[in-house]
Ligand binder design. Sequence first.
Ligand SMILES: Cc1cc2nc3c(=O)[nH]c(=O)nc-3n(C[C@H](O)[C@H](O)[C@H](O)COP(=O)(O)O)c2cc1C
Length: 204
Amino acid sequence: MANEVIFEAVITTLDADGAVHVAPFGVRYDGRQVVLKPFKPSATLEHIRARGHAVLNLTTDTRVFASAVCARWLGEKRWPDEALELVATRFVPGLRLGGPLALAHSELRLAADDDDAERPTLRLDRVHDATHAPFPGFNRAQAAVLEAAVLVSRLQMLSADKIDAELRYLQIAIDKTASAADHEAWGWLNEAVARQRAQREAAR
Ligand SMILES: Cc1cc2nc3c(=O)[nH]c(=O)nc-3n(C[C@H](O)[C@H](O)[C@H](O)COP(=O)(O)O)c2cc1C
């Protein structure tokens, strides 16, 4: 069977107090709908269930992706939600990513919620789509940061040898093609790997 096509996006939601919550998610597109599959527990899932809305952001700012997955090991988001440039949405209550690296956003309304003990499936209608900047082309360093972010989100499941080998390979694209923002994101990811190892050693 063919795999599903997944796009790496950033979902912004509002909590009960109206504070923004920013989280990277792999999304599927199905016609006019966006399909999200959050692992429980997930603040994004809770916010969408409580409010019925979310915003899908397409951005080339890899710091948003890296910061979210490093928070657990670094103790805080290095690129905190409050530091992001945020703009009010027009057709659903919410905030979208702004700034020069924000390419597009879609304002979403929850249409169907298929609950599951581990990973529910949410289908959201695209109420409004807007483009803010043209797609600049593929960038290898951005892809490398996303791959490393996925590795960091699975640190406890992977061997140190595998992580080191993959990071060594991904480093080539960073050295050749990264922007200052990508270098920053890459630094956080490497710091998270070091921190996780130090914590594991300390617990022995
Ligand atoms: C590239 C990328 C894709 C991700 N995709 C998903 C996803 O599809 N589902 C999920 O539950 N978490 C995904 N994550 C991890 C979440 O971003 C992270 O766990 C986040 O904190 C979500 O939990 P929250 O809603 O409580 O913030 C992804 C992370 C990265 C870096």
